[in-house]
Design a protein around this ligand. Structure first.
Ligand SMILES: NC(=O)c1ccc[n+]([C@@H]2O[C@H](COP(=O)([O-])OP(=O)(O)OC[C@H]3O[C@@H](n4cnc5c(N)ncnc54)[C@H](O)[C@@H]3O)[C@@H](O)[C@H]2O)c1
Length: 310
């Protein structure tokens, strides 16, 4: 099955590489607007095939969407990333126009496509795709929670001094520095609540480090991160193409779930061959419910900056 990745930059190329390395897709098509860039990235990646032992075909195109026709999944990573000190929300002006145009091109050539939105501010970009693409809501999925949960597990393992494979945890709500909600109450070390091992001070530090995980990397790298974002997308694409039905927190259009309507926010969902197979309703503590509602309010304000005919 064919996967398109729009934006052959840091995240797009990393995503294509992880998908190819796991060898579950027949073809990955990279698309970029920069002349020759996607073709070059595709050729470089293809030259790793015999070294890394994969058969996935990777091709690149400068804006020729006919090459993306018949894609089962399309990942939108096109747009600008943040620089140190910027919030994801500050990217909206440029990225909204790019995401809207890219979506129209994708749907024109692959009407049955499932779209994974990565470009920031991601919850608002996912909302924009819902409002402009005409696709059913099950086929539009924002990537944020998969990455933020991986960062949460990294910070938990660090505090617990345990291997990451012993740790489980999930981040829901908004993909923003303030709106992220690491579900500490549900995080476990081999099935045992992590609160049994960590002090209140350690808990506060894990939560804070998780929420600013992206900003910390942006400061170190001078641009936003790409390895973990690319890996997170590849897990979601694999769950769709291989119909794994993994439970992954994703930014989805809510219609009453978690007390919210007409907004895309991170919630746990079963991801399979049809895209979103089911939104999973979990019980939140009163404090978590409050924080979820606050995150929704903040995302709603950013959504208000979008200019489109709904
Ligand atoms: N959701 C997440 O968890 C997450 C994580 C990391 C990055 N991001 C976001 O992903 C986006 C990409 O980040 P990056 O680091 O890969 O940036 P990048 O600058 O390395 O790559 C972006 C690419 O998009 C291309 N592009 C721009 N306009 C285009 C268009 N109209 N059509 C096709 N391609 C176009 C650019 O030429 C560039 O190659 C940013 O908005 C960033 O904030 C999101």
């Amino acid at each position: 099955m064919k996967v398109t990745v729009v934006g052959a930059g840091a995240v797009g190329a990393s995503c294509a590489e992880y998908i190819a390395m796991k060898d579950f897709a027949s073809e990955v098509v990279l698309v970029d607007i920069k002349e020759g860039f996607a073709e070059g990235k595709a050729m470089d990646l293809m030259q790793t095939a015999s070294l890394n032992g994969f058969d996935t075909k990777i091709t690149g195109t400068t804006g020729d969407y006919s090459k993306t026709a018949g894609s089962k999944v399309a990942v939108i990573t096109s747009g600008i990333p943040r620089k140190p000190g910027m919030t994801r929300e500050e990217l909206i002006g440029i990225n909204a126009g790019i995401v809207k145009e890219v979506t129209e091109n994708l749907v024109k050539h692959s009407p049955d496509v499932i779209i994974i939105v990565v470009s920031n501010p991601m919850d608002t970009m996912a909302y924009l795709v819902h409002k402009t693409s005409g696709l059913p809501k099950e086929r539009i999925i924002g990537m944020g929670g998969a990455l933020d949960s991986a960062r949460f597990k990294y910070r938990l393992a660090e505090a617990l001094e345990s291997p990451i494979s012993d740790v489980d945890g999930m981040v829901i709500a908004a993909h923003s520095d303030t709106g992220m909600l690491p579900l500490f109450s549900k995080a476990t070390r081999n099935g045992v609540p992590v609160s049994e091992f960590l002090t209140d001070e350690q808990k506060a530090s894990v939560i804070e480090e998780t929420k600013v995980g992206g900003a910390t990397l942006t400061k170190l790298l001078g641009t936003s991160a790409w390895y973990a974002p690319g890996a997170a997308v590849s897990v979601m694409v694999q769950s769709i193409l291989c119909d794994q039905k993994k439970m992954i927190p994703c930014s989805l259009m809510l219609e009453g779930e978690y007390g919210q309507n007409d907004i895309c926010l991170g919630v746990p969902a079963i991801i399979g061959k049809n895209g979103v197979e089911k939104i999973v309703n979990i019980t939140l503590t009163v404090d978590e419910q409050l924080k979820f509602a606050e995150a929704a309010q903040a995302v709603r304000e950013v959504n208000g900056d979008l200019k489109f005919q709904s």
